[in-house]
Design a protein around this ligand. Structure first.
Ligand SMILES: Cc1cc2nc3c(=O)[nH]c(=O)nc-3n(C[C@H](O)[C@H](O)[C@H](O)COP(=O)(O)O)c2cc1C
Length: 192
């Protein structure tokens, strides 16, 4: 017989991100961030390749990234509204963790599986933070896919990409429930 963990299941059935723009200080301490990273690193990883790494971005680093958004956005003709939104994403944040997909050469594990694992890390990180009572939100935005931005701002190699920025902080309000998928539409049961 299975051994249920009702509180873990209840958490998974009710979990909900807290929009980054509603987060404020205080932010998780160094030890709490380490707990969040420990949980995130406990993510399925085919072949134990560890094809991801973390960059903890504190306030001054986030302001530096905000400035870089403006610099790169204006030289690459990104629309002004998109520059302003992306700038604010970093400038208003107090703490965020960049999850870097850092694939390795493997004869056995295809690139896409390694990138999936990086995405799974992002969700594990959000969930760990939420379970600890922190607000958390997985964001991307155009800059996270801009090779110059991630090279200059995050020191990424040419083969690395940003799986997400996980914003962390204190929630100021609980967002309304988000409509969830109609399982009957996306699920097929195959009986034979
Ligand atoms: C890869 C990825 C990137 C995302 N980027 C953004 C983003 O830039 N802005 C945004 O508002 N939501 C973004 N989201 C959506 C939120 O992280 C989140 O899925 C949504 O707020 C619902 O969260 P919940 O299911 O925990 O309630 C992104 C989600 C994923 C998976």
């Amino acid at each position: 017989m299975p051994t249920p963990n009702p509180s873990a299941l209840e958490f998974l059935l009710t979990r909900r991100s807290r929009p980054a723009k509603t987060l404020t200080g205080p932010v998780p301490s160094h030890d709490e961030v380490m707990t969040i990273l420990t949980a995130a690193a406990r993510t399925p990883d085919h072949g134990k390749l560890e094809p991801w790494r973390f960059i903890v971005l504190e306030k001054a680093a986030l302001q530096r990234l905000a400035n870089l958004v403006t610099e790169i956005g204006s030289t690459t003709n990104v629309e002004p509204e998109k520059i302003t939104k992306m700038h604010g994403q970093f400038a208003k944040a107090d703490l965020a963790i960049a999850v870097i997909s850092s694939p390795v050469d493997s004869p056995k594990v295809p690139l896409i599986e390694q990138q999936h694992s990086a995405g799974a890390v992002c969700l594990a990180m959000v969930n760990a933070a939420l379970a600890m009572g922190w607000g958390a939100n997985w964001l991307s935005g155009w800059a996270s896919h801009d090779p110059d931005f991630i090279r200059q701002g995050l020191d990424c190699d040419a083969n690395e990409t940003v799986a997400g920025f996980i914003h962390l902080g204190t929630e100021t309000n609980i967002p309304p429930e988000r409509p969830r998928p109609d399982l009957s539409r996306i699920t097929t049961w195959v009986k034979s």
